[in-house]
Design a protein around this ligand. Structure first.
Ligand SMILES: [Mg+2]
Length: 210
């Protein structure tokens, strides 16, 4: 993934306050819309470890319902996934893209809008440092630039501390799910939230987003 810096800075309206004595300005429109960033493996689908074939993709219970719930409330959803299997030579970036096309088609068949998928193909041991591998926030920043998102009103949901790290680094409310690796995580960052699974996380998000 290239070019993470320099997303467009949307017009943010008049400066706060305005000149003394001026008529009260209309409240500036928000700079972007809120989003929900979802980790993939262990959050939306069963984590089989470096799986890349559609045949190995299995939705976790409640995952499709979670997407329906979030999109039904007008929240923008994007998937952000570390795929170090590419750096490790286990599969190719094209294989990741092909799987995501199959997942998107499956969601369309279920009447859902397919979310954009962002993946990090790197691993520091094989490809050196990068800004996109979670817990770095690069994929979230890229999605915000691509889709005009307000990260300060957005959410990150995942089953690893690296998901929480990426979300918090991007300024999002971050929620650990207890599926996948989340079942074994004892201590969370103090500002993180938790939920049993992605559907419960989505219900929590809808309460918080009000
Ligand atoms: Mg995961």
């Amino acid at each position: 993934m290239a070019g993470l810096a320099g997303g467009p800075h949307g017009p943010s309206g008049a400066p706060a306050g305005g000149p003394p004595g001026a008529a009260a300005p209309l409240k500036a429109a928000p700079a972007g819309r809120p989003a929900v960033f979802l980790d993939r493996d262990g959050t939306l689908n069963l984590d089989r470890g470096y799986a890349w074939r559609w045949e190995d993709f299995e939705w976790l219970p409640g995952a499709v319902e979670a997407l329906r719930l979030l999109q039904g409330q007008g929240l923008f959803v994007a998937v952000v996934t570390n795929q170090a299997g590419v750096a490790r030579g286990l599969y190719r970036a094209e294989d990741v893209a092909a799987l995501h096309r199959r997942v998107a088609a499956d969601l369309e068949r279920r009447g859902l809008a397919p979310p954009p998928f962002y993946h990090c193909p790197h691993h520091p041991d094989f490809t050196g440092p990068c800004g996109c591998r979670k817990p770095a926030p690069g994929m979230l920043l890229q999605a915000a630039a691509d889709h005009g998102l307000d990260l300060s009103r957005s959410f990150m949901v995942g089953d690893k501390l690296s998901d929480l790290g990426a979300g918090l680094a991007a300024g999002c409310v971050s929620i650990l799910v207890r599926t996948g690796y989340g079942a074994g995580i004892a201590a969370l960052p103090p500002t993180a939230l938790e939920a049993p699974d992605v559907l419960e996380a989505s219900r929590l998000i809808l309460k918080l987003a009000r």
